[in-house]
Design a binder for this molecule. Structure first.
Ligand SMILES: [Cu+2]
Length: 426
């Protein structure tokens, strides 16, 4: 078998594998969408990535019912994990705070982290608390699942917990406007500014492209006959397949393209004489220390029980304070495991991924001065429905989460706990 034949065969095989893969992908997507039309991929992210990248908490969206043109505010906090996966580009490099919505259903009016406006990218430190605020205005009616998210350079998008928001048409049913005053003092509506130019240029380039294709595709000989002719004529005669007319038409398209680009540039310069480039620098934002309180935690080991849908952590807790500390909550991968009923916790109306009575510590209250071994079990079907079972396929099996506890005066503390994890199959 010659080299070419082998390659051809391999290509055919690769193609068929790719084709089957693609078919399978579509089938699975169809199935997924028909089963759960609401979700949009947040569960598809690796379990380990959801557990060990960002701990989002205290996320609140208000109001969750609004009209077109109304302002909606999302607030919350996050802590970049100390156990950030080694293979994932770090959040300490470049990151941008954003909001995840299904299409341009909102406009982002303002965003900040720890009081610093987040118009540009920034960098975050691991194990620091960051409090964010994102202000959006509703643009198109509908019911949307919106998430806070961080775009980490080279790592991709890491999403926080989603909230359903319902947007109704405005009372007057007037079209949505987004007016801003430019630095030169003009007031423009960003919904329509420059739209004619965008449409116009698209039409020009579509016309150019179609004309170019029509010329070449309507020639009597396409690729294979031309290839045969070149082969018959011999390589030194290959130029003969290009006629003088082909040459002229090619030259015309080349010149027209250059003239259009230059013309467009000059026209834009004339139309908008004062412009500044898009800003790309980074801003600096200080992280706040984690309010750990007087509790020190030493994780000994952890198991993930497949059948029991539970994570069991064994840890030594020492209370250095003068107040008893009671364990309240464990958050990982945006899932809240509460020690007690949902009614007793700070839960937002309609909040998702909250499992009441799902955190079972062997000891709930750590007395002042006490140092004790505690077995903490976080157990709920959410492990399964949120596809956290993928944890066991991780070549670097470790977990991380936030442990919340309170003192008798209502002081609220938390810290990150994490470490290696072993799956248990029976
Ligand atoms: Cu969502």
């Amino acid at each position: 078998m010659t080299m070419t034949a082998m390659t051809m065969k391999m290509m055919r095989q690769t193609n068929s594998i790719a084709a089957w893969g693609l078919l399978g992908f579509f089938a699975v997507s169809l199935l997924t969408f028909s089963v759960d039309a609401g979700a949009h991929g947040e569960r598809a992210q690796l379990a380990s990535m959801r557990m060990r990248t960002l701990h989002w908490f205290d996320i609140s969206v208000s109001p969750t019912r609004a009209k077109v043109g109304d302002t909606i505010v999302m607030t919350g906090k996050f802590i970049p994990s100390e156990l950030w996966p080694e293979q994932l580009p770090s959040i300490t490099d470049t990151v941008f705070l954003n909001i995840g919505t299904p299409g341009p259903k909102f406009i982002r009016v303002y965003s900040e982290v720890n009081g610093v406006p987040m118009i540009r990218s920034t960098a975050f430190e691991q194990s620091k608390v960051y409090e964010f605020k994102i202000v959006v205005r509703a643009r198109i009616p509908g019911r949307y699942h919106i998430h806070p998210l961080l775009n980490v350079k080279d790592a991709g998008t890491l999403v926080g917990k989603g909230t359903w928001v319902e947007i109704e048409p405005s009372a007057t049913a007037a079209a949505f406007t987004n007016e801003v005053t430019t630095l030169t003092g003009d007031t423009v509506d960003l919904e329509s500014v420059g739209l004619k130019a965008v449409v116009g240029w698209h039409l020009v380039w579509i016309a150019m492209g179609v004309a170019f294709l029509v010329y070449w595709l309507t020639k009597p000989e396409l690729f294979i006959p031309r290839y045969m002719r070149v082969r018959n004529l011999g390589p030194e005669q290959a130029n003969a397949v290009i006629t003088k007319r082909d040459f002229l038409v090619g030259g015309f398209f080349f010149t027209a393209t250059m003239v259009l680009i230059l013309g467009g540039y000059l026209w834009a310069e004339h139309r908008y004489p004062v412009t500044i480039p898009l800003q790309t620098g980074k801003v600096k934002v200080e992280g706040a220390p984690i309010p750990k309180g007087p509790l020190s935690v030493a994780v000994e080991n952890a198991n993930y029980e497949l059948a029991g849908r539970s994570l069991t952590m064994r840890m030594n807790l020492t209370n250095h304070g003068d107040q008893p500390l009671s364990i309240k909550e464990f958050i990982t991968a945006n899932i809240r495991f509460l020690n007690g009923p949902v009614s007793g916790a700070r839960v937002m109306e309609g909040e998702e991924l909250v499992a009441g009575d799902s955190l079972h510590p062997s000891v709930s209250v750590i007395a002042p001065g006490q140092s004790i071994d505690v077995v903490l079990r976080a157990e709920d079907s959410l492990w399964e429905t949120q596809r956290m079972t993928g944890l066991i396929y991780d070549p670097d099996s470790r977990f991380a989460g936030l442990l919340f506890y309170e003192d008798a005066r209502g002081g609220r503390y938390y810290q990150e706990v994490g470490g290696p994890i072993l799956p248990k199959f029976f």
